[in-house]
Design a protein around this ligand. Structure first.
Ligand code: UDP
Ligand code: MG
Length: 314
């Protein structure tokens, strides 16, 4: 089994030498073909020169260097695009993930398509990192239906065809298990080590939580309704439109049959609003339906994924 290790690096010059030494040592001990892909995410410190130096003396290393800082998700995506291994392992480049856990993950790949690390004894501050993360993991598990204790752990292993099929956007890398689940993958968790950051600075703050919540909405929507948007917007539109219609009908009867004045009644406003909102929702759903067709038909994207075909040469 050929293993590709993908590591995103953004201003990690203090960590690069030890990281490489340790990752290489582990991979050598596994006695399988491997490559290490370092993705320099537009670092402005000495990260890139260090990587170039490592690469020039080590043929098992691939270095990808971004023109600017595109973010961790983009770094993973680039790593996936260039990876040649059957199994792709990702980990952070700050040595918070332990390279010594790589064999554990690769071992568990025999029966699984994705193996996710679980930092059970996580060494990050409680209030600013661990608590928000616990809440986020709970919500993400409930909403996506893929229950993991630690979505945020970068130390994960994927079967090659799983990630080759993925399109990642935004801060989406943490949702790969949930997104990939659409393909019908087998996912398991293994407990992994975690260490405090000894060198360099964390690249994230509390604002990441907001981004994660917004990405979750996208993931959930795409997961459930990406091929049938009208099924999502339609019910809201119908309920709102019907309520608006009934209210307006009632007011019309009052006016026409009983001659009451309805001009100053708040209900009139509500009725009109509900009708407009209803039309908007239906319209949005129909637009979505058009987009789905453009997306799938123009790009020849199937709405299914095959495991294999028998008796038919493709
Ligand atoms: N990283 C990156 N691009 C970014 C931010 C981070 O490649 O824009 C890398 C960073 O160098 C590290 C990993 O992603 O290897 C995780 O970042 P960090 O340790 O800052 O996150 P934390 O552990 O604090 O969640
Ligand atoms: Mg870190």
């Amino acid at each position: 089994m050929h293993v590709s290790v993908v590591v995103p690096l953004y201003n990690e010059e203090e960590n690069v030498p030890e990281l490489h030494r340790r990752v290489k040592k582990v991979l050598e001990s596994m006695a399988c073909p491997y490559e290490i892909i370092y993705v320099d995410d537009g670092s402005s410190d000495g990260t890139l020169p260090l990587l170039e130096q490592i690469q020039s003396s080590d043929r098992g290393v691939v270095v990808l260097s971004f023109r600017r800082n595109f973010g961790q998700t983009a770094a993973f995506a680039a790593g996936f695009d260039f990876a040649r291994g059957d199994v792709i392992v990702t980990l952070d480049g700050d040595l918070q993930n332990d390279p010594d856990d790589i064999p554990l993950l690769v071992g568990a790949m025999k029966e699984n398509d994705i193996v996710s690390g679980w930092r059970k004894r996580r060494k990050d501050p409680f209030l600013s990192r661990r608590l928000p993360s616990m809440i986020a993991n709970w919500i993400i598990s409930r909403v996506t239906g893929v229950a993991l204790h630690d979505y945020g752990c970068s130390l994960k292993a994927y079967r090659r065809d799983v990630v080759k099929n993925l399109n990642l956007y935004g801060e989406m890398h943490r949702f790969i298990p949930a997104v990939a689940n659409w393909y019908g993958v087998k996912i398991t968790e293994v407990e992994t080590n975690h260490h405090p950051r000894l060198r360099g600075k964390s690249k994230y703050g509390i604002t990441r939580t907001v981004k994660v919540v917004l990405d979750l909405i996208t993931v959930k929507f795409l997961q459930s309704f990406s091929t049938k948007p009208l099924q999502f917007f339609g019910p809201f539109g119908l309920v709102s439109g019907a309520a608006g219609f009934l209210i307006s009908l009632y007011l019309s009867i009052e006016k026409v049959l009983f001659g009451k004045s309805i001009g100053g009644r708040p209900l009139l406003l509500l009725g009109a609003l509900l009708i407009i909102v209803g039309i908007q929702f239906i319209g949005m759903g129909l637009l979505g339906e058009m987009l789905v067709r453009v997306y799938h038909e123009a790009q020849k994207k199937p709405i299914y994924v095959l495991r294999k075909t028998l008796g038919h040469d493709v």
